[in-house]
Design a protein around this ligand. Structure first.
Ligand code: HEM
Length: 153
């Protein structure tokens, strides 16, 4: 929780400083940054909203309000689970944005750690795809399957 909050704090601070600094050179800065970097503040904020919602629903229910229900009844139910299309769509969008946020995170970490421009850059980029694309896709498969696809078969 402390890391999440300090990451959010430094991210917002950086976004604010950038905003002030590039007021007059907007078109210039756009050419030099990737879209995942430019949207990091937006995707990060959405992930924060997702996490708060996730805790207020699944986590709260699992820890304080199960009322004898099973795991599957909660996760697949229509109260906070994937039988409710709102939650399914919300999870799919939020996890896709989480993947996009991580894409920027990995490229930024690659710069910081000095991997970019070395012989390891290609390996690093290929490995990072597992974390920003394949693992989030695995998470997305749950609301996609239980929220929509399972109803079609
Ligand atoms: C389809 C996707 C997901 C499902 C079905 C799911 C399900 C759950 C459930 C059932 C709990 C409560 C567990 C318990 O308290 O025993 C939980 C807690 C939690 N989830 Fe998720 N989750 C999903 C995606 C995510 C994602 C993408 C994140 C991170 C961005 C995340 C972060 C957390 C955290 C931090 C907790 C609280 C810690 C804990 O109780 O261990 N979840 N999740």
């Amino acid at each position: 929780m402390a890391f999440v909050l300090s990451h959010a704090y430094s991210g917002i601070l950086l976004w604010w400083k950038n905003r002030k600094a590039k007021k007059n050179i907007d078109s210039y800065s756009k050419e030099n940054t990737s879209s995942s970097a430019r949207y990091a503040a937006f995707t990060g904020s959405f992930i924060f909203i997702f996490l708060v919602t996730h805790w207020a629903t699944f986590w709260y229910k699992f820890n304080f309000d199960m009322q004898g229900m099973s795991y599957y009844e909660v996760v697949l139910g229509d109260e906070v689970g994937f039988a409710n299309p709102f939650f399914s769509v919300f999870y799919i969008v939020a996890i896709a944005l989480l993947g996009y946020h991580l894409k920027h995170g990995f490229s930024s970490a690659g710069q910081t750690l000095g991997i970019v421009g070395t012989e390891y850059e290609k390996l690093y980029n290929n490995l990072s795809i597992i974390f920003w694309f394949w693992i989030p896709l695995g998470f997305i498969s749950i609301p996609l399957w239980f929220g929509f696809l399972v109803r079609l078969i």
